[in-house]
Design a protein around this ligand. Structure first.
Ligand code: NAD
Length: 383
């Protein structure tokens, strides 16, 4: 059995920093000894930046060449926090070198690439994990428990929204996120991917989709030369109706231009015996309505998550104090560690993330054909 897990982190931007924080937090919160989860090596676009970030994040070594990190004999796990278009090349190289892989979402630009990555990982027998972090929140772990034990009956409807305003200002410059070659789809790949993964986890597999996508701001000024513009190639807004395998219906929407929404992931699940409501902007609260309650005092109950709920106590012994985004990343890292070092089930892995990519491709197809499209359930065969 592997006694320690040595991390090689690629990319130190928004998510790279969140992962670096999560390794430290996971050790402190979950009692993982520091000699069992080691921040071994870090890669960035150039050596100076890599060295600077290694000092800040507490990694032992740094390189300006991610391929050197992947090949390094002292790296057990390659953690990919680079832009979407690099995930495939980096993951395939890591898998070929026999490394476990932790990739940020979306796993790939499209389902074909995701299948290739999954097949490679499964053939090599390495473990994989994908950063669909929101489902690691103790609040949503508890929501899943409530649903699984039947407290709200059989889910019949899922209404999910993931709106942010990071591109709401039309004068914000053109970037890799707006080009299909580098990002794939837009709000769909970036935001709705989380929502799709979450809906599958909480309700059931998605079996068909009917979608509408829109690029609202078609041109953006080029960074460094605002007189010139770049053509936006992917959706600012994504809407879809979905059908679930258990017969439930759903509506999912995502926007990157929704003024005022900062981490606006929210959902409402209606069951035959009650409802659940969640808003990521108040991530340690869950609202529960139970049809069986006394009609006179019936209403949505506001549950503040505390030590009685999954994983909360690792961070705080007092209820209602609330966790944050970086805490749920630490839960993700704890699962990663347990999955690799103690061979526990690891989810969502590349296979689960491939199912998300399959659905996102079907959303694009549905929009193009103006029609409902059936969704295949991934069987692991790469065609
Ligand atoms: P970012 O631009 O902030 O950071 C990307 C980093 O990768 C940069 O530091 C960049 O220098 C580095 N990089 C680029 N090319 C590289 C190369 N060839 N070698 C080494 N480093 C390289 O981007 P981000 O927002 O951190 O996004 C990274 C990934 O994380 C994306 O796939 C994105 O979808 C995902 N993401 C996930 C969440 C989440 O909630 N799970 C949130 C935001 C972003």
């Amino acid at each position: 059995m592997m006694k320690s897990l040595k991390i090689g982190l690629i990319g130190t931007g928004y998510m790279g920093k969140a992962h670096a924080i999560a390794y430290r937090n996971a050790m402190a919160a979950f009692g993982i000894p520091h000699d069992q989860l080691e921040c071994e090596m870090l890669a960035e676009v150039d050596e100076d930046l890599a060295k600077q970030k290694a000092r800040e994040f507490g990694f032992k070594r740094a390189t300006g060449d991610w391929k050197a990190l992947v090949q390094d004999p002292d790296v057990d796990l390659v953690d990919i926090c680079a832009p979407n278009f690099l995930h495939k090349e980096m993951a395939l190289a890591a898998i070929a070198a026999g490394k476990h892989v932790y990739s940020e979402k979306p796993l790939a630009l499209n389902a074909e690439d995701a299948k290739e990555m999954t097949q490679a990982a499964e053939q090599a027998g390495v473990k994989t994990s994908v950063g669909f972090n929101y489902i690691k929140n103790p609040t949503l772990q508890f929501a899943k428990e409530l649903i699984d034990r039947g407290d709200i009956g059989e889910p019949v409807h899922f209404r999910g929204v993931f709106n942010e305003d990071y591109l709401a200002d039309a004068s914000l410059p053109f970037s890799w996120r707006l080009q299909q070659e580098y990002a794939g789809s837009g709000a769909l790949n970036d935001l709705a991917s989380h929502l799709v993964n979450l809906a599958i986890h909480l309700v059931a597999p998605i079996t068909s989709v009917c979608a509408d996508l829109k690029v609202v701001y078609k041109l953006r000024p080029l960074a460094g030369d605002s007189q010139k513009t770049g053509q936006v190639e992917n959706d600012d807004q994504a809407h879809m109706m979905v059908r679930f395998a258990n017969g439930a219906q759903g509506t999912l929407e995502a926007s990157r231009i929704a003024w005022g929404r900062k981490n606006g992931l929210s959902f409402e699940i209606t069951g035959t015996k009650g409802s659940l409501v969640f808003d990521q902007e108040t991530l340690s609260e869950l609202s529960l309505f139970m049809a069986g309650d006394d009609p006179q005092t019936q209403g949505f109950k506001r549950i503040l998550v505390g030590p009685e709920h999954p994983d909360y106590q690792a961070f705080c012994v007092s209820a209602g104090h609330g966790l944050g985004f970086n805490d749920i990343k630490a839960v993700e890292v704890r699962d990663l560690y347990e999955g690799i070092v103690n061979n526990k089930p690891l989810w969502p892995d590349f296979r689960a993330a491939t199912q998300v990519n399959i659905i996102l491709d079907k959303v694009v197809e549905s929009h193009a054909n103006n029609a409902w499209v059936d969704v295949e359930q991934y069987d692991g065969e790469h065609k």
